[in-house]
Design a protein around this ligand. Structure first.
Ligand code: ARG
Length: 244
């Protein structure tokens, strides 16, 4: 009996240890982008934070998300600090040169956020010539401004650009439509003071990025997505985060 108890204990310990080693696939996410990824009461949460474990579950493997600042997120992917990036990433030709993308999970477009008091004169990006616009550095919102005669002010965190907009330090902020509505509507403090001016002025696909050539992981993600779309769990998650 003692021997079998010892054997059982050893087996359990071994299984436990193995489980700890095999933490599954890790995805980086810059948690400044509600409702896709953000921190609430000290906890990382949001659509993509829940989507990755769901995808993993569908293909029988563990997938989880950790908080990594946007400005180093693609460098970390390239040098293998994690397996992928699930951070509201727009599929672009430039990025495709150095990473691979899953099938799209969402679509988005860049929009202009302004102070409500400016709503009569600013109807969209075309009304902001020579004005100062806040963006998150290295995002497609940042890149989109190159096509317009505006002054760009780059921030590490779009939340800081929004604060500067409220303080009058910039005239507008530009970010993904999905995030803009959350920032403007979900926050009691901003709701009456900020608004989205006009329709999105770009069209973008959002997808999960993996290291270039990591076909094994890409196939797993795409398979998991396909299964989650087919059984309704993908749409249920979108619904939960007001993304339907
Ligand atoms: N969609 C934009 C891009 O890919 C912005 C994404 C920013 N994501 C974030 N979690 N801060 O450039």
């Amino acid at each position: 009996l003692i021997i079998s108890i010892l054997a059982l204990a050893t087996t359990l310990m071994f299984a436990q240890g193995k489980k700890e080693d095999k933490s599954g696939y890790i995805f980086a996410s810059d948690a400044t982008w509600p409702p896709l990824e953000f921190v609430e009461n000290g906890q990382l949460t949001g659509f993509e934070v829940e989507l990755m474990p769901l995808i993993g579950e569908k293909v029988g493997t563990q997938m989880s998300v950790k908080n990594i600042p946007w400005d180093t997120i693609f460098a970390g992917l390239a040098n293998g600090a994690y397996d992928g990036v699930a951070s509201g990433v727009t599929v672009t030709e430039e990025r495709k040169a150095s990473m691979d993308f899953s099938t799209p999970i969402l679509t988005a477009g860049q929009v202009v956020i302004i102070r409500s008091s400016d709503s009569a004169k600013v109807k969209g990006i075309g009304d902001l010539t020579n004005k100062k616009i806040g963006v998150q550095i290295g995002t497609t919102g940042d890149f989109a401004l190159e096509n317009y005669p505006v002054q760009r002010k780059a921030y590490d965190d779009i939340g800081l650009a929004i604060e500067d907009l409220l303080n009058g330090n910039v005239d507008a902020a530009v970010c993904d439509s999905l995030i803009a509505s959350d920032f403007v509507l979900a926050n009691e403090n901003y709701k009456n003071r900020l608004m989205v001016a006009g329709a999105p002025f770009t069209e973008e696909d959002i997808a999960i990025a993996v290291q270039k050539g990591n076909k094994t992981l890409l196939d797993l993600i795409n398979k998991g997505l396909e299964l989650a779309k087919a059984d309704g769990s993908f749409d249920a998650l979108k619904q939960k985060w007001n993304l339907l």
